[in-house]
Design a protein around this ligand. Structure first.
Ligand code: GSH
Length: 208
């Protein structure tokens, strides 16, 4: 039975899980969550995930939440990628969840998905400063390396790339970070890779 990923195109956290499944050749299907219509706050969604967050993976009777947990499940089931039992992979998954994706996701939301008159300039500038430090850390790590952990794409690559292919501005200029840029191109050339808006239902264009 194919696994079902509760997701929406704008979600970089869901993209981490979807991309991992794609690159590992896992059988899955998307189930659109109308995040911008408030679905993740509904009683029905909270019954599935009391944390109220996307993504959620449903596979038979099993319900998994947190992108890293879903990613690790796929890595263990397929044996196609290094998973969280590798300390270096886990180190970067934790770093990404704290320093990169959470801040990139929030900044992108504030800059693009809030009504213009509600966008908090000072908060956005603060977040962009924090993000710049995160980009510098990742760019330096990728200097002389093809992949974040080990010699092949791992969960760490799928996690750290979660928000970095999106077109909406949030202060990340690929060309300013040459090692990140080259790594994103390498990951984007892997068999099965797709852009988030081609992989999951829903995009800003649908809401215009
Ligand atoms: N650490 C979580 C983060 C999940 C997350 O923040 N998802 C966003 C969508 S991209 C969400 O559902 N946010 C709802 C909220 O914060 O209330 C993961 O990696 O799955």
């Amino acid at each position: 039975m194919a696994a079902t990923l509760y997701c929406f195109g704008e979600s970089g956290n869901a993209y981490k899980a979807a991309l991992t499944m794609q690159l590992c050749g896992y059988e899955w299907q998307p189930r659109f969550v109308d995040f911008f219509g408030g679905e993740s706050r509904s009683a029905g969604f909270r019954a599935l995930n009391p944390m109220g967050e996307v993504p959620v993976l449903v596979e038979g009777d099993m319900v998994l939440t947190q992108s890293g947990v879903i990613q690790d499940h796929v890595a263990r089931r397929t044996g196609r990628m290094a998973g969280a039992s590798d300390p270096e992979v886990l180190r970067w998954l934790l770093w990404d969840n704290h320093k990169l994706s959470s801040q990139a996701g929030m900044t992108r939301f504030l800059m693009n998905f809030l009504p213009e008159d509600k966008r908090p300039g000072e908060v956005i500038r603060f977040m962009q400063g924090r993000l710049k430090a995160a980009y510098a850390t990742l760019n330096a790590h990728l200097d002389g390396r093809e992949w974040i952990a080990g010699e092949a794409p791992s969960l760490a690559d799928c996690a750290c790339a979660g928000y970095l292919y999106y077109p909406e501005p949030f202060g990340f200029e690929r060309t300013a970070w040459p090692h990140i840029d080259a790594w994103l191109a390498r990951l984007g050339a892997q068999p099965g890779w797709k852009h988030p808006y081609d992989l999951m239902p829903g995009s800003p264009a649908d809401r215009q």
